[in-house]
Ligand binder design. Structure first.
Ligand SMILES: Nc1ncnc2c1ncn2[C@@H]1O[C@H](COP(=O)(O)OP(=O)(O)OP(=O)(O)O)[C@@H](O)[C@H]1O
Ligand SMILES: [Mg+2]
Length: 428
């Protein structure tokens, strides 16, 4: 997709998601206010009912004066101070049952304009009780008296929110899912794009790599067809050898590309057999020594592992070590100095391949195990490769239950360390 269109789409989707979040917040706020309003009405109705009940009770219990002392000797104030507050409390509880109102509340009776409560059930919210809107006049008990019964809910907001929690968390969850899927899609698309670019590089690289041996083979066979060459056995042998070598190179390259497809689809097979790591390393080193010595380099072994038998796939093990030695050689501009060490670690063996080559910068180290990834070497373009060796090595080591680690200093050298578990030798 066109870069501009994808940026536009990302922007539009981000704006849409932000819009959804804002409208959700707006609706939640509205719903919160509505709920509070509903509570508000319920409280007022409840208080009205309490005052009506008080009035009815006063009229029907005049003689026993159970809650209001109506003696004419009492002033208004003393009368309200002597109200039966636990009875009022029970009436409030009765009104609250069946509503969604919070059941932790405080209430009191006060004279309008006074800053003190005459009585009630309260601890610390005296001021809030006096200031709250939830009040009802007690004029019905002593006509004309400016006394009020007020109720205060300290946790009203929390209770309203708790009541809305179900709907609120559901919409938050959906918004989160949309946001997460969007971010994930963008990341995956970006990664895919990067891999596509690297794949293109790989194809270009590979075509170039194939062209060289093909050209050499055609030149050598052309020479072989010449009568003067055919009459000279040494020259014939030389050109036949070139064709043979180039053919081997081509075969290896084709093999590498085929391996990639197998690796990608996870179709590779691991056939673990008992093997001696030291013996295998000896063979691999022996085969590599020719090209290392050709460059006046050296390859040193320091085998310290007391236990060197493990269960592993011999072919993959050889390829892994070969890739590491190949890299140590390729990325050493001077005659390569390679050291191969072994030592035992917990339930397994550690094998390290050390070189004194160009090293790898810290910012490149986390990427080099990724498919097709090659570090940009500036002007040095003569180092060939597909960026597959370490990807393959890491995948195979993991398949064996081990790991691969890198320790490198740019300009000084690199050490790749592999851990392979013994893999239960006794089960062979
Ligand atoms: N020993 C090393 N010293 C310095 N850089 C290294 C070393 N080994 C690997 N690298 C860096 O890591 C990159 C990835 O290595 P990898 O072996 O996966 O690919 P490659 O060598 O480029 O190609 P090939 O597929 O042929 O192995 C290399 O291109 C190189 O930049
Ligand atoms: Mg390599």
């Amino acid at each position: 997709m066109n870069k501009r269109i994808s940026i536009l789409l990302i922007l539009l989707t981000s704006v849409a998601i932000i819009g959804i979040v804002i409208s959700q917040v707006y609706w939640i706020k509205n719903a919160f206010e509505l709920k509070k309003d509903h509570f508000h009405k319920q409280v007022h109705m409840g208080l009205k009912a309490v005052s009506n009940n008080l009035f009815e009770m006063q009229n029907s219990h005049q003689n026993c004066r159970i809650f209001l002392v109506q003696d004419s000797l009492y002033t208004d104030k003393t009368a309200f101070e002597n109200l039966n507050y636990s009875l009022i409390d029970s009436l409030i509880v009765l009104e609250l049952i069946g509503t969604h109102l919070p059941n932790d509340y405080e209430f009191g009776v006060y004279h309008n304009g006074s800053s003190q409560l005459l009585g009630g059930k309260f601890n610390q919210f005296e001021q809030q009780i006096i200031e709250t809107d939830y009040r009802v006049s007690l004029g019905c008990l002593r006509s004309g008296s400016p006394y009020y019964l007020a109720i205060y809910f300290p946790n009203l907001d929390q209770v309203v929110l708790k009541n809305m929690a179900g709907g609120f968390s559901l919409s938050a969850l959906f918004v989160l899912i949309i946001g997460f899927s969007f971010v994930y899609t963008v990341i995956v698309t970006y990664r895919q794009k990067k891999i596509n670019l690297m794949k293109n590089d790989f194809v270009n690289n590979m075509t170039h790599e194939f062209k060289t041996p093909i050209a050499t083979v055609s030149l050598a066979s052309e020479m072989l067809l010449r009568p003067e060459v055919q009459s000279n056995i040494d020259r014939t042998k030389k050109y036949a050898q070139i064709i043979y070598d180039e053919n081997v190179r081509l075969r290896n390259q084709v093999e590498q590309v085929l391996q990639l497809a197998v690796l990608d689809k996870g179709l590779f097979k691991i056939r673990k057999k008992e093997m001696d790591v030291h013996k295998m390393l000896d063979d691999i080193i022996h085969n590599s020594e020719i090209f290392i010595h050709n460059r006046n380099g050296s390859i040193t072994k320091i085998f310290s592992a007391a236990r060197s038998k493990i269960r592993a796939d011999k072919m993959h093990f050889t390829n892994i070590i070969h890739n590491l030695i190949d890299n140590a050689n390729k990325y050493s501009p001077n005659p390569p100095e390679i050291t191969i060490r072994t030592k035992n670690a917990k339930k397994g063996i550690l094998i390290s391949v050390e070189d004194k080559g160009i090293g790898i910068k810290p910012q490149d180290q986390e990427y080099i195990f990724k498919q097709f990834h090659r570090v940009h070497t500036g002007n040095i373009h003569d180092v060939k490769g597909f960026g597959l060796g370490l990807f393959y090595a890491e995948k195979m080591v993991k398949e064996h239950g081990g790991y691969i680690r890198l320790n490198s200093t740019f300009g000084i050298g690199s050490t790749f360390e592999i851990y392979l578990p013994f893999n239960e030798l006794r089960n062979i």
